[in-house]
Design a protein. Structure first.
Ligand SMILES: Nc1ncnc2c1ncn2[C@@H]1O[C@H](COP(=O)(O)OP(=O)(O)OP(=O)(O)O)[C@@H](O)[C@H]1O
Ligand SMILES: [Mg+2]
Length: 590
């Protein structure tokens, strides 16, 4: 973590920070004043006791009034300063944390899809939530106790210097040595701390994955297995965290040992100075009392070093991603938008090469060529794993090809504004539609945020889901459970289709979007889509050929091994007795 990047966030709250800084100093000052003012009360009482005469309460109050009022002022001021420090710091740091979370979420969300294939959801959510939290609370501690301890240390050093510059200097050498050793140990601790952090991330990922796939876990009765592997990860994480704890213990122990040694050393060295009349006995006593105060503040400083280290690690996690530029496929750059009156919607894949970043040596498309003209219903068929979904993802610019280009009306999609490309030009219904927490209506409106209730109902009718939505108790206002788990697969798919229909894009991609529907529902949906998108392009991807047969395709492309091997309509392809014919036979013989 660089301080300059953190400072950018703190700077915006500089008034609050400066206020907190001043009140911390004030609190430190009044802290030192409390024993002093108790001392003056005690000395009034001591004088009174030594005089040995009985006095009335009035007389007593006369004598004690001034130091007592002073004491009251000091403690009240200390309380006020503490309150001011803590509330100002909380105000500032909560603001900083909120902005950090916002920026981090924004930066992560704008990464290319590849980023999410390398970083797991559990890890990302830990950074956005836990690490920001850790950074915030550590920074708060540092700013509060840290500044106080440093200020008190400075105050005490001044007192010490006033008593004996020589002794203070030798004390300084000792403290310097301790700091040096502390730094070395701190470095070693940091290594353990990073490791502990990484391992706790792995644990979090594991529990996240298991719980979000609980139905699969349950179906295989695999709870014990998951618990076992969770425990294995947990054991590793616990052992690292323990090692870190031991390390911190050793660090703190050594610091205490060194500080106490310093007090002893001072007595012995001071004693010799008293012996040679360089220092009075009283001064040595005063010096020792002050050293003990110094020791307390330094102990706090050393605790703060540990806090600092933890903060830095959390900060590394946060700032590593916050500073990431948006991914190429997301950034707006100076992307073009093809104006509506010019847009035809012809698509061309020219010599496209592509392999997934997680499997770079395993090309999915090699010199892939495909021309698709607008105003058509086009089908891509082929056996599983042959690259159909990849072609659709490339068209929606989820990824960029490593060679060749994809064009819309002759314009490379890399030169188009990605927001327009995905937000308006292309509608995409994927293989596993995702619904979000909210109502059914919210989920349909996702495709067109300003849609009226009437438009929503209309889209739902076209997607053949109005009927089932109306039969729900709360109709369109029925809450959808997390990720749509309260709906059937086919219901989810139809809501996702309604969402794409309401968006009304120029090019509509259906990647197995009706795979969970029964034949009859599928036919209804297909008919509605064909009517609705007559003058656009609909790209239907299927490996169930019955899906394809039902639609009035203009052309069917058969994909095999990342290439188009056959094209034509159903009859033509059947006549060819090639790949399509074989697929058809395999499926109808099932
Ligand atoms: N995110 C990914 N990372 C790495 N490899 C992938 C990824 N997605 C797909 N692949 C691989 O790319 C190849 C093509 O996959 P694709 O999903 O395009 O096939 P498909 O034709 O849509 O298959 P299906 O009919 O089963 O949906 C497969 O070998 C697959 O293993
Ligand atoms: Mg697919």
């Amino acid at each position: 973590m660089t301080w300059s990047s953190f400072w950018k966030y703190l700077r915006q709250h500089w008034i609050g920070l400066f206020g907190a800084f001043l009140s911390t100093l004030a609190a430190a000052y009044f802290n030192v004043q409390i024993p002093v003012s108790i001392g003056s009360i005690t000395s009034v009482i001591t004088t009174m006791v030594n005089a040995g005469e009985a006095i009335t309460f009035k007389e007593y109050w006369e004598r004690i009034k001034e130091p007592a009022l002073r004491f009251a002022f000091v403690v009240a001021s200390q309380a006020a300063a503490s309150f001011a420090t803590i509330s100002m710091l909380s105000h500032v740091m909560e603001g900083v944390a909120a902005k950090l979370r916002h920026d981090l979420f924004d930066a992560v969300q704008r990464q290319d899809i590849e980023f999410f294939e390398f970083h797991r959801t559990g890890e990302l959510s830990k950074r956005i939530n836990q690490d920001v939290q850790e950074l915030k609370s550590d920074a708060k501690k540092l700013l509060n106790s840290g500044i106080k301890a440093v200020a008190q240390t400075a105050g005490v050093v001044q007192v010490l210097y006033g008593i004996s510059p020589t002794l203070t200097a030798s004390l300084g050498v000792g403290v310097g040595g301790i700091v040096l050793i502390g730094t070395v140990i701190g470095k070693m601790l940091k290594k353990h701390s990073i490791q502990a952090n990484r391992e706790s991330s792995a644990c979090q990922n594991h529990s996240y994955e298991s719980l979000s796939n609980i139905k699969t876990v349950r179906a295989f009765s695999a709870e014990d297995k998951h618990l076992e592997s969770y425990d294995e990860l947990g054991e590793i994480a616990t052992s690292s965290a323990r090692k870190l704890g031991y390390g911190i213990g050793i660090f703190q122990g050594l610091t205490n040992l060194a500080l106490n040694g310093l007090v002893g050393g001072t007595v012995i060295l001071g004693g010799s100075m008293v012996g040679s009349n360089q220092l009075s006995g009283g001064d040595l006593m005063a010096f020792l009392a002050a050293v003990q105060m110094l020791q307390k503040s330094l102990a706090t400083v050393s605790q703060m070093l540990t806090v600092y280290m933890k903060m830095k690690i959390a900060g590394d996690q946060v700032f590593q991603f916050i500073s990431l530029e948006p991914g190429r496929t997301v950034a707006e750059q100076d992307g073009k938008r093809i104006p509506h009156y010019k847009l035809i919607g012809n698509i061309s894949f020219d010599d496209v090469d592509f392999s997934y970043a997680t499997r770079p040596d395993d090309p999915v498309l090699k010199k892939f060529n495909l021309q698709m003209s607008s105003h058509k219903v086009i089908a891509l068929v082929g056996a599983s794993g042959n690259g159909k979904s990849t072609i659709a993802s490339l068209l929606a610019r989820m990824y960029d090809p490593s060679g060749g280009k994809i064009t819309v009306d002759g314009v490379d999609i890399r030169n188009l504004d990605p927001k327009w490309l995905r937000g308006e030009l292309i509608g995409y219904v994927g293989q596993e539609p995702a619904l979000f927490t909210g109502t059914v209506a919210d989920n349909i409106r996702y495709g067109k945020p300003d849609a009226s209730d009437l438009e929503i109902e209309d889209a739902a009718r076209r997607a053949n889901c109005h009927h089932f939505i109306s039969s729900l108790k709360d109709g369109y206002f029925t809450k959808v459970a997390e990720r749509g788990s309260s709906l059937s697969g086919g219901q989810k798919q139809r809501i996702a289709i309604a969402r794409a229909i309401i968006k009304n894009p120029e090019i509509l991609i259906f990647d197995e979007a009706t795979s969970a529907l029964d034949n009859e529902s599928e036919a209804v949906v297909q008919k509605a889509i064909e009517e609705n998108f007559k003058n656009r392009m609909v790209l239907i991807i299927a490996h169930r050929l019955s899906t394809v047969k039902k639609a009035v395709q203009d052309i069917i492309h058969v994909v095999e091994g990342g290439k188009i091997v056959e094209s034509g309509n159903h009859e033509e392809l059947m006549r060819k007795r090639g790949v399509y014919f074989n697929l058809q036979n395999q499926q109808s013989s099932k």
